[in-house]
Design a protein around this ligand. Structure first.
Ligand code: CP
Length: 304
């Protein structure tokens, strides 16, 4: 099976991956040979810290091997994605790809004989959200009836968070004054609307009143953050978004746990003091990328 987003999965199937991640976290020795002899190709069109490291370490700790491939150093740059993937999937057991465009990831999945995992594209970031649900379950226990508020730009992470939360029974409110158009997936949003578990508002203070978790993400996609051509749009976004920053004043009176998928842009979507606030579970959340990666690999390789 591929994991491009959560569309083919039920809430129960998503929770099985989450629960496997938690089990692996506590019984890592049991899984030390689970991927013996298996190779993961990890191909990146964009930068990464967590996705690359967590999947590479996951392969190592479960007895397998990972090959990191910077897109620019491969012949994917001069050939058809379909043909190159046909080859790649005949030499490896699984492919993790971080692509700029979901459409290209779909071509890759269509050509591949082995499972393809979405390592984040402009529309979805499913492996991040498995780590997030692991973290929420560790903190709260039962996730049914939990309340999550996402504040920031409506982007790929926001899509996958909405998709997963509404499937597993979590109420999610999004406070997103800006919609990142390349991320738009009306079908996903329509499914979320039908669940009755997704709300939208611009009233941040009202939204967080009884929230269990407050989640934020970058206001600017990673490939544009330092791009001079994007400077005007960056300034515009900062002016619009700064009232929605996670800071002491904006979350005063709330005991909700604070989450961020990282990388963090200190002083933009979150103030530096909130990163170290007792309510912050950001670093634990990032650590859980490893257990998410392990559970996802075992799932797509049909090893449980
Ligand atoms: N959250 C996340 O995907 O981190 P990286 O971009 O560093 O992989």
């Amino acid at each position: 099976m591929h994991l491009l987003n959560f569309k083919g999965l039920s809430g129960q199937q998503i929770m099985e991956i989450v629960d496997k991640g938690i089990e692996i976290k506590h019984c890592s020795e049991k899984y030390r040979d689970s991927l013996s002899g298996k190779t993961l190709a990890m191909i990146f069109q964009k930068t990464s810290t967590r996705t690359r490291v967590s999947f590479e370490v996951a392969m190592t700790q479960m007895g397998g091997h990972a090959i990191y491939m910077d897109w620019r150093a491969t012949n994917f740059t001069i050939a058809d994605i379909y043909d190159e993937t046909q080859y790649l999937s005949r030499n490896v057991d699984c492919i993790l790809a971080r692509m700029l465009r979901h459409a290209d990831l779909q071509v890759m999945a269509g050509a591949s004989r082995v499972p393809v995992i979405n390592g984040c594209d402009e529309k979805y970031h499913p492996t991040q959200i498995i780590a997030d649900l692991i973290t929420m379950k560790e903190k709260r226990g039962d996730l049914k009836g939990a309340k999550v508020v996402y504040v920031g730009v409506h982007n790929n992470v926001c899509n996958s968070l909405i998709e997963a939360c509404t499937k597993v029974g979590i109420e999610i409110t999004t406070v997103t004054p800006i919609f990142n158009e390349p991320s738009r997936d009306e079908d996903l949003l329509e499914e979320a609307r039908k669940s009755g578990l997704w709300n939208r508002t611009l009233d941040f203070r009202e939204a967080i009143k009884d929230a269990d978790f407050i989640y934020t993400d970058t206001w600017i996609d990673m490939e544009f953050f330092s791009d001079p051509k994007y400077a005007d749009e960056k300034d515009k976004r900062i002016k619009m978004m700064i009232p929605y920053q996670i800071n002491k004043e904006n979350v005063a009176g709330s005991s909700a746990w604070i989450m961020h998928d990282m990388p963090i842009h200190r002083g933009y979507e979150i103030s530096p003091d909130m990163i170290e606030d007792p309510r912050s579970i950001i670093y634990e959340q990032s650590e859980n990328r490893l257990y998410s990666a392990k559970a996802v690999l075992l799932k797509v390789l049909r090893l449980y």
